[in-house]
Design a protein around this ligand. Structure first.
Ligand code: ATP
Length: 606
């Protein structure tokens, strides 16, 4: 039986799959495992360990790399100051000691574990591992988590523990797609998972590979994998792709994709990774119950924050805070959660995903009684469009030619929205589909209006391919103390990593390396000429220890600036990207905060 199989067998499978070069070979190894070890049911106990990111049966472990590092250090009884402990804490860092493993937490952990655990397997079965992982997920504090980890360490060897670390981090890096795993398991597994998001159910219903399963429709109460949008470069490309179709263009809202499932009194808010969000339940259930006029229904849409005083949606980032405040009874009179339904998937006792979008829009209008700023519908006539603040473009419209799309896109850019989504009004809603029935067009890398030439003041180690090397920079703006003097202080402004080729990035890193000042655990105060906040998200792994030796980067970004709490400058950039390296510009010609603020205000970027 699969459950009684030793976890070491699964580890050998993982290693084989990882080492096999071709997809066919990887799949055939998995097939052999299924045929040999999973013949008498209970496949779920193994499959949930192979696809840990799809397993919703146990809650979250609450263990990202940094917390996992401290728990492992304690579980192994190491001093936090020891070399190996620091290696785990600074897992991203390169250098001779962690060598090629830098940036890969599980490999660094394996290195450390190898010195303490030995090679002999502890004989842990798949069932025992699942039971211990259940304990790990349900334990409430670090002490309890550490104790479960210490039991696991006692029952495994270093190789097995490395795979357990990867299971906890929910990424096995096997180089085989979820699609292939599903397909080897059962030809109908992917389809069934897409409409139920329930791995256990898939394993239980599809035990027999030779028995085909009737295509299942969606159900109220079970999250569905959302339909997705394909990215297009510009309005012309979008129009060409939807040639001959009846097209609606909608604003791309910047919130949380949420499915609302209403079944009588029971209301669920499922996010994209199929989690039910209790914080939304608390803040929004009453509104949904009162304004959703049918007993059973599934809505698809975006959860946002409505700013009552500004009469518009607030910028992304505040959803969770508002929801948490509402839960604690601290309702804000300025900002409230607001749901925009842009689709409907189920009404009464019928799935409506096979109807056209146009028909679904009509249904939306029938079943939702919109409540301004709290519960809205997005359809090309009526709904949200009727009360968009004056002077702003409507939120959705039917496009008759490419110019309509272009105009709508321009307006959303001016309005600093995230972009637009184009949809074929004749299309059905398809779970997990990104084949082009929905297209997205985003103004991400529109130039910020003027060159933003900023100074590199720190660096962050990368992970994966760039593990152990600086892969992102913390850049700063100059704070001029007076005219005709060189700046003496630089204020942290944003973190930027994309835009340069590997060679260009290597060249910058090599030039700056002599001036790196490592900022390893425990993180030290920055050099006195940098002004930063206390926010830990901002703390780089290295500082450049003299600004005069540093390099200026020209960066571009989404045209929207955002108020910054992470960085010391009052505003930061969304989606910053390095345009080029300005070796020709001396360090002191870095953009200063005052000029940047003028730029923000002149582009109405508040
Ligand atoms: P992105 O980072 O661009 O949002 P993504 O991979 O998260 O990409 P996509 O499927 O590419 O998601 O884009 C669709 C997403 O856009 C949806 O998941 C949803 O959260 C959001 N969205 C906002 N407004 C709309 C809209 N009017 N129609 C559909 N999706 C919308």
């Amino acid at each position: 039986m699969c459950e009684e199989t030793k976890f070491s067998v699964l580890c050998s499978l993982f290693t084989w799959i990882q080492r096999s070069r071709t997809s066919a070979k990887k799949r055939s190894k998995f097939r052999i495992f299924l045929d040999t070890f999973c013949i008498n049911g209970h496949q779920f106990s193994a499959i949930r360990l192979i696809l840990p990111n799809l397993d919703r049966e146990r809650g979250s472990y609450g263990l990202k790399e940094s917390v996992l590092a401290t728990c492992l250090i304690d579980a192994l009884g190491m001093s936090r100051e020891s070399e190996d402990a620091l290696r785990l804490i600074n897992w991203r860092k390169g250098g001779a000691k962690t060598g090629a493993n830098a940036g890969n937490f599980a490999m660094v952990a394996a290195e450390v574990l190898q010195r303490r655990q030995g090679m002999t397997s502890g004989g842990l079965t798949i069932k025992e591992l699942n039971d211990l992982l259940d304990c790990l997920a349900s334990s409430e504090n670090r002490t309890e988590k550490t104790s479960v980890l210490s039991t696991l360490i006692k029952k495994t060897n270093a190789q097995e523990m490395k795979w357990i670390v990867m299971i906890i981090l929910k990424d096995l890096k096997l180089g085989i797609s979820e699609k292939s795993i599903f397909h080897e398991f059962h030809p109908d597994a992917e389809d069934l998972f897409n409409v139920t998001c329930d791995l256990k159910l898939v394993c239980e219903k599809l035990k027999d590979r030779s028995q085909r399963h009737k295509r299942q429709d969606i159900e109220v109460g079970k999250a569905v994998r959302p339909q997705l949008a394909m990215r297009v470069a510009d309005a012309t490309a979008a129009w060409k792709k939807l040639h001959g179709k009846e097209v609606v263009v909608e604003c791309k809202f910047d919130g949380d994709r949420i499915q609302i499932h209403k079944n009588g009194e029971e209301i669920h808010f499922f996010s994209r990774n199929f989690l039910d969000h209790p914080e939304y339940k608390y803040a929004m259930s009453n509104i949904v119950a009162q304004n959703l006029l049918v007993d059973r229904c599934i809505l698809d849409g975006e959860m946002l924050v409505w700013d009552i005083s500004l009469n518009r949606f607030a910028e992304f980032g505040s959803n969770q805070e508002i929801a948490k405040a509402a839960k604690e009874g601290l309702d804000s009179d300025r900002q409230v959660l607001s749901y925009v339904a842009f689709d409907i998937l189920y009404v009464g006792d019928t799935s409506v995903i096979h109807q056209t979008l146009k028909e679904r829009h009509e249904l939306l209008q029938k079943v939702v009684k919109p409540l301004k700023g709290r519960f809205e519908i997005l359809v090309p006539s009526g709904g949200l469009n009727t009360h968009r603040p004056s002077g702003e473009p409507c939120w959705s419209l039917i496009a008759y030619d490419v110019d309509d799309v272009e105009r709508f896109f321009k307006k959303t850019v001016e309005n600093r929205d995230e972009g637009i989504v184009l949809k074929d009004l004749g299309s059905k809603w398809e779970p997990s589909d990104r084949s082009g029935k929905w297209l997205k067009l985003k103004p991400e890398y529109v130039h910020a209006g003027s060159d933003l030439d900023v100074l590199i003041i720190g660096g962050y180690y990368g992970s994966g391919r760039r593990g152990g090397e600086v892969a992102q920079f913390l850049v700063g703006l100059a704070d001029h103390s007076g005219p005709d003097t060189y700046p003496r202080r630089f204020i942290s402004f944003c973190r930027v990593g994309t835009g340069l080729s590997d060679d260009e990035l290597d060249a910058v890193v090599t030039k700056l390396k002599p001036y790196f000042r490592k900022n390893e655990y425990p993180k030290k105060a920055p050099p006195s000429f940098y002004q930063v906040t206390n926010n830990s998200k901002e703390r780089p792994d290295i500082w450049i220890d003299s600004p005069e030796k540093s390099i200026i980067l020209s960066i571009t970004s989404d045209i929207r600036t955002i108020r910054s709490e992470v960085f010391a400058a009052p505003y930061s950039l969304r989606f910053p990207r390095i345009d080029c390296v300005r070796y020709d510009k001396p360090w002191h010609e870095c953009l200063d905060v005052q000029s940047f603020m003028e730029l923000v205000h002149s582009s109405n970027g508040t």
